[in-house]
Design a protein around this ligand. Structure first.
Ligand code: FAD
Ligand code: NAD
Length: 409
């Protein structure tokens, strides 16, 4: 009998944690597993804001995928997925290569949602991948260098769109990075501006009041110009148009206005709801027995009208059930029902403060920042065990400039 082929699309938290589950449980020769990803590195998406601000070494944010896998159990293939033919059970890569599967897992992650706001797609920077966030850092360096020549204040006005979790984490890193860059370029800090623009009336909309108050006071105290209740209507390379009539001269707009599923999902011949693929309680694409989908790409309904949010916490917990469910499918055994257990949420505001709720306990300040480190260590643990935590801890260095190229401005 032919060995069944399991193919996993995307090596984010969803794809890597599922791969580890399969490595752990599959018997020798029970299946051929292939993990396909665009790059041969995994980027730690929960820390991408650090790459954007240059506050973490590149080696801390990227992990070589083959080092995380047992090559005799999971094969890694570097390639960009272009489409899937569900009738012939074949994945089509940009290179023209075709990869056959018996069981498929789609975990192609998120894309930044720009809601069709004029100029954002072309002119704003996105926190989406290692390459796009590296482009932010390189651009910031270029603005500092150019300011020394032309003293144009729009060069040192760093605007962040959205004060959700991503926006606040980005603002926090800029608070760490900008004073250091001012020293390097010998420019007074008071010639720089960090502006955070949020359409809702408060930062961290929907979070509890203490967290909102702590965050608002913290960022304001450190000089951030917070514009809540203000919507971005348009942006050009040099100006941001706001709904209060103001035209903010700024050459940097970092867009953290929201996320959606990978746009590639829309190309697949599958049902899509709000940019994500609806899945059943076993994490299979609705109506399909051999195609699974998890993480930010999947729409898992918590109840009749609420979907689980696109978070690493959800992607990891789903992977921990999806791996065993793929194996049960191979073996013709019953599948587990996925149940989400929310452990909490912590948002960093630079490396000295954070805010959040863990196991129902509200936390803020330095203690919360330490808790955030613990959570990040746990994410490393699920990707590579204690060895990976130690290895990452001892990685030092500065972010390299211009190592990543991007078409994005
Ligand atoms: P992803 O991590 O997006 O992985 C998808 C993978 O697919 C990537 O490796 C990508 O390169 C690959 N891929 C995409 N398209 C293709 C293609 N066409 N061909 C080949 N490969 C492809 N969540 C939390 O729970 N806690 C946090 O603290 C937290 N912090 C965050 C901070 C930031 C700045 C951001 C942006 C997000 C944060 N999140 C956090 C959300 C979390 O990062 C995502 O929910 C998580 O990454 C989803 O994992 P995933 O495996 O579904 O997808
Ligand atoms: P989000 O949708 O949570 O926040 C986007 C914010 O941008 C909203 O507050 C929205 O009002 C604002 N916005 C949208 N359009 C705007 C406009 N035109 N002008 C001004 N403001 C505008 O998106 P996110 O912060 O990227 O988070 C995405 C997901 O990732 C969430 O599920 C989040 O929980 C998760 N995440 C978690 C963490 C963490 O746990 N530490 C960190 C980052 C992201």
């Amino acid at each position: 009998m032919k060995t069944p082929k399991v193919v996993i699309l995307g090596a984010g938290y969803g794809g890597l944690v599922t791969s580890r589950q399969l490595e752990k449980t599959l018997r020798s020769g029970e299946a051929e597993v292939t993990l396909i990803n665009k790059h041969d590195y995994h980027y730690i998406s929960t820390q991408l804001h650090k790459t954007g601000a240059g506050t973490a070494a590149d080696e801390k944010i990227t992990l070589h995928i083959p080092d995380l896998l047992q090559a005799n159990k999971v094969q890694f293939k570097k390639g960009t997925i272009e489409n899937v033919d569900f009738n012939s059970k074949r994945v089509l890569l940009e290179s023209g290569e075709k990869v056959d599967y018996d069981y498929l897992l789609i975990c192609l992650g998120f894309e930044v949602d720009t809601f069709g706001i004029p100029g954002v797609e072309e002119n704003a920077f996105k926190i989406r991948s290692f390459r796009t966030t590296k482009a932010i850092y390189n651009h910031i360096l270029r603005q500092f260098a150019a300011y020394k020549e032309d003293r144009d204040p729009s060069r040192l006005t760093f605007a962040v769109a959205g004060a959700g979790f991503t926006g606040i984490e980005m603002v926090g890193e800029l608070l760490e990075a900008i004073p250091k860059l001012c020293k390097t370029y010998d420019i007074p800090v008071n010639e720089t501006r960090i502006v955070n623009i949020e359409a809702s009336q408060t930062v961290l909309p929907g979070f509890d009041n203490e967290a909102i108050e702590f965050t608002t006071n913290y960022v304001k105290k450190h000089g951030v110009e917070l514009m809540t209740g203000t919507k971005i209507l348009e942006c050009s390379p040099t100006t941001i148009t706001l709904d209060n009539g103001e035209e903010l001269p700024a050459r940097t707009l970092i867009w953290s206005g929201g996320v959606r599923g990978n746009t590639l999902l829309e190309k697949l011949a599958l049902p899509i709801t709000k940019g994500r693929i609806p899945v059943d309680q076993h994490l299979r694409v609705m109506g399909m027995e051999d195609v699974f989908c998890i993480g930010d790409a999947a729409m898992f309904m918590k109840n009749d009208d609420t979907a689980l949010p696109p978070t690493a916490q959800v992607a990891i917990q789903q992977a921990e059930v999806c791996g065993p469910n793929i194996i049960s499918s191979l073996r013709g055994e019953p599948l587990k029902v996925f149940e989400y257990h929310h452990k909490g949420t912590v948002a960093s505001i630079g490396n000295k403060a954070a805010v959040g709720k863990v196991f129902g306990l509200k936390i803020s300040g330095l203690f919360a920042a330490l808790m955030k480190q613990v959570i990040e260590a746990r994410y490393l643990f699920v990707l590579g065990g204690p060895k990976l935590i130690v290895k990452q801890f001892f990685k030092f260095g500065k972010p390299q400039s211009k190592i990543a190229i991007s078409n994005q401005k």
